[in-house]
Design a protein around this ligand. Structure first.
Ligand code: PEP
Ligand code: MG
Length: 559
């Protein structure tokens, strides 16, 4: 008899394979005695942190992006003197060395958890360090439990990047976590690499090693020990998704109305992976290249990094967003005053007020990259714009540096309401629906428990998207969407119907969106959009849109 676990699916992938449980890292021995020689024990613990850091750096060198950057950042965390100093103090107070090292890491992880949101998810990275340090001090091989002999579905409580690094990703058919969150590193890595993933699958750890599992990320379902019939069902989805992915034609409705299908990328590696299926890049999040740096990369380094991404899309456009740092994406080299409400503070393009040279240097590096790779169209875009004057300021700087096409993100409600005035200053806008929903609904985008309020289907959010789209149609200028909502096939139909000109998403989301758009006429999309816009609640809006979707599309995509 099969049983079904339900969690939150990441992406749309499906997989059938045996479960491989990743055992938790070893724990310090109970009642570990105090060290006989405290100084020697402190030195041993310091060396263990250094060993773990260099193991992680080595793993970073062998891993592809985005895992490589995550591992490099975790390697730096392991060297943070706060950890070894705290462990030293505990050893002097009489704790055993393994206990002291574990408690020092756990203390910082708990503090991060108390901060909530993005910071809380970094606690998982620290616990990965804790496991490795304990294993090192006990003389165990930290990577032993992770070794995969055959293609498997990895099941764990949560996966730290340090654990992910020990996995042969070619053998990972899917990932199922009993904990984890949709914005955690595992989810981000799985989404970027197109690995089917389900998080928050309560009960997953009770699955016995080797039990067959069928994972469907689109529905968030994990069937344990599936029947022949259930296997056939999932196999049909596997075949369908593969068939969808084989179609890489430019995005268009069935009657030929073009809707560009673009990729969201953070690194050259992402761009390379997206190139076969995307018509270009709709959002290059440049802060990803800055996040783990101790100092700002100089202009030449930046130009080389941007050129590397541009080179992946000859003959196409690449929309590069200037630094969107601050709030949940702090940069080590940008010392910012403590802010009580960082999401409402100096973030995104507002950094031009406090770090003008940094923004100016980036704009110039972008212009230089555009000159260096003339075969690709570089469109420059500023984040977190609230007023037409901010848009005008960015446009002036970017045009003066030699950037031909300039635009801004619409992710603050004020910008959506004044989209027509903003479009008078720039060549295009792109809706960041993640932040637009957060700011419209006054709900932290990282708080899973507010996901009902954060829904892009909320009538107030849809209204702002429609207002922006209308402004674009009026001005005859492109209005794209690059928030997560663009990757939802049903929402993609609504956006197409509203007159959105491009949809940008994780590359793994492109095939289903392409299929949905191609199987409706422009007029059908307009009817779907107007049904959604007339609804009074998010649920009604989604249902009204879904009711008008063509039957075959509903079946194929499981909408
Ligand atoms: C958004 O806010 O929708 C967006 C695309 O930007 P980010 O997710 O990087 O804040
Ligand atoms: Mg944003």
């Amino acid at each position: 008899m099969s049983t079904v676990l339900t969690g939150i699916g990441i992406g749309r992938g499906v997989a059938i394979a045996p479960a491989h449980l990743l055992r938790p890292a070893p724990e310090p021995p109970a009642d570990e005695p105090a060290a006989a020689d405290a100084d020697a024990a402190i030195e041993t613990v310091r060396r263990a942190f250094a060993t773990v850091s260099s193991q992680l750096s080595d793993a970073a060198g062998n891993a592809a992006e985005p895992l490589s950057s995550v591992l490099e950042a975790t390697a730096m965390m392991a060297l943070d003197p706060t950890l070894s100093d705290d462990a030293a103090a505990r050893i002097r107070d009489g704790a055993g060395p393994v206990t002291a090292a574990a408690a020092a890491v756990e203390g910082v992880a708990t503090q991060l958890e108390a901060l909530g949101g993005y910071m809380a998810e970094r606690a998982t990275d620290l616990r990965g360090i804790r496991g490795r340090v304990v294993a090192t001090l006990l003389g165990e091989d930290a990577s032993a439990s992770a070794a995969l002999a055959t293609r498997s579905i990895v099941v764990a409580d949560d996966l730290a990047p340090a654990q992910t690094s020990t996995l042969d990703l070619d053998l990972v058919a899917a990932i199922v976590l009993s904990a984890g969150g949709p914005t955690g590193h595992t989810a981000i890595i799985a989404r970027q690499l197109g690995i089917p993933c389900v998080v928050q699958a309560v009960g997953a750890l009770e699955v016995a090693e080797g039990t067959p599992l069928a994972v469907d990320a689109a529905t968030g379902r994990v069937v344990v020990d599936p029947t022949a019939e259930e296997i056939a069902e999932v196999q049909a989805s596997v075949d369908r998704e593969a068939a969808l992915a084989a179609d890489t034609a430019p995005g268009a409705t069935s009657d030929g109305h073009p809707v560009q299908l673009l990729a969201n990328v953070g690194t050259e590696e992402d761009a390379r992976r997206a190139a076969p299926t995307a018509e270009g890049v709709g959002l290059f999040r440049t802060e990803v290249l800055f996040l783990d740096q101790a100092t700002a990369p100089d202009a030449e380094t930046q130009t080389a990094l941007y050129s590397g991404v541009l080179e992946q899309f000859p003959g196409h456009k690449v929309v590069v967003r200037t630094l969107d740092a601050g709030a949940d994406k702090p940069l080590a080299f940008l010392s910012q005053a403590d802010e009580d409400n960082p999401a409402l503070g100096i973030r995104g393009y507002r950094l031009v007020r406090t770090a003008e040279a940094l923004i100016q240097e980036q704009i110039e590096a972008l212009a230089a990259a555009s000159r260096a790779v003339p075969g690709t169209e570089l469109w420059a875009m500023a984040p977190m714009i609230a007023t037409p004057s901010e848009a005008a300021d960015f446009a002036r700087r970017a045009r003066a540096a030699g950037v031909a096409t300039v635009g801004v993100m619409v992710e603050v409600p004020a910008a959506a309401l004044k989209a027509a005035d903003i479009l008078a200053e720039v060549d295009f806008v792109s809706l960041g629906t993640n932040d637009l929903a957060q700011y419209t609904m006054a709900s932290d985008r990282l708080r899973g428990e507010l996901s009902d309020l954060l829904s892009i289907w909320q009538p107030a959010v849809l209204e702002l998207v429609a207002t922006t789209a209308r402004a674009g149609l009026g001005a005859g200028k492109p209005v794209g969407v690059c928030g997560e909502s663009a990757g939802d096939p049903l929402m993609a139909l609504v956006l197409t119907g509203l007159g959105i000109t491009s949809l940008s998403m994780a590359a793994s989301a492109l095939p289903a969106v392409r299929y949905a758009v191609r199987h409706h006429t422009r007029e059908q999309c307009e009817r779907i959009a107007s049904a959604a816009l007339s609804a009074r609640t998010a649920e009604e809006a989604q249902r009204a849109a879904s009711d008008l979707v063509a039957d075959d599309v509903r079946t194929v995509l499981g909408l």
